[in-house]
Design a binder for this molecule. Sequence first.
Ligand code: BES
Ligand code: MN
Ligand code: MN
Length: 459
Amino acid sequence: MLPDRISSFINEHIETFTAELSQLLEIPSISTLSEHAPDVLRAAEWVFERLKKCGFTGKVYPTERHPIVLARSPEIPGAPVLLVYGHYDVQPPDPLDEWQTPPFSPDIRDGFIYARGASDDKGQFLTYIKAIESVLEVEGKLPINLIILGEGEEEIGSPSLETFLIAHHSELLADAVAISDGSQLAPGIPAITYGLRGLSYLQLDLKGPRFDLHSGMYGGILHNPAQVLADILQKLKNPDGTVAVPGFYDDVLPLEQWEREEMASAPFDIEALKNYVGVSELTGEPGYSVLERNSARPTLDINGLWGGFSGEGAKTIIPAKAGAKVSMRLVPNQVPGKIEELFTRFVTSLCPAGVSLSITGVHHAGPVLVKRNTPSMLAAERAIEAGFGKKPRFKREGGSIPVVNMIEKHLDQKNILLLGWGNPDDGVHSPNERLSLADFRRGILSAAALFYEMAASRR
Ligand code: BES
Ligand code: MN
Ligand code: MN
């Protein structure tokens, strides 16, 4: 049970906490843009400084790209160990002109804080640090042992993390892992996530003639890379929208009946979703509901494509090059490496002679399904009830968090608590990203409650 004096302290100090969140949100720690590397480092140091002030020991570890923070609370012998993961890197904020206020000048409007990273993941990650500070302020000591793992490369697919986890294996052993980098089921309906989709993200580059050619002089005698690209992309999906890559569905774990029932009865508003995204009609794999399609079924999407002339007016050419970025969201038990091989084999077979094709992997993340009835899961359930005043629902998320699969694999950790404090309409990766300040506060309360629930129930 979370002591009342701690919840009072959190409730009374939420304005100061919000001001500190603003400070972190001001740092434009965009991991994909190398000119922002110093900002990612600043965000890492900001996080580490706070932990140091709480008596944690550890370091900001440099990697080939962006630093990792690993810090540990003063040892309490015999108490459970909770590993908390979060990321302080963010996605690029463009298109800038769609932001009502600039992405790195946090603005508070109608109970929300608006900034890039507000929900994904600075605001959610910070709840744990604020919980730690609050407990220490009120009680002078923590009820459990905490390890904080902060990452600055999540949004670029966590390229350095796997090596880091292997190298620091013994420093990362814990009774459970908590990650808040997702969302509730809907505003006011907290949830624990028990599944995440994996990701295979690939780039296709097609090359035809040595340079752009006059389409009158050369049209009709050679393959046009843009046309070939369109032909290939067209063949990736069947007319019913399913993925046409041979073998793609072979390892897909079917949804269980109870999951289907749970999803069917979830308080999920399709009209609100259509409204939010601004489309009049949804579509997807036949035989599955919207919630099933966006969390428990695999997909293939074109994220972007290019080739030839797209400026004003007309330019009569056969482009020399064309390309596309294609992502596949994967579900248990699909394996990114295997899917990438199947994709590569299929796409290669579709490319005619006279055009050269190269396929490069950009991101890979394994899918996740965690056990639901572990003691740490029950502790998390009680903690959320304490923080949000409501029992959480269980849900699967369509997004990917590469670290989760790595933790399962390399730390042999089964107790993974995915506790999203955000909301599906926070606009993560979109303009005007935001976090509800009520959720920020409830997240801090829940994080603090989790420490106490874990202390009370040894695994
Ligand atoms: N926090 C998200 C993942 C997420 C989004 C989980 C929504 C639950 C709900 C994470 O920061 C993210 O964006 N992941 C990327 C992974 C990729 C860059 C390897 C994703 O899912 O596209
Ligand atoms: Mn995230
Ligand atoms: Mn993200």
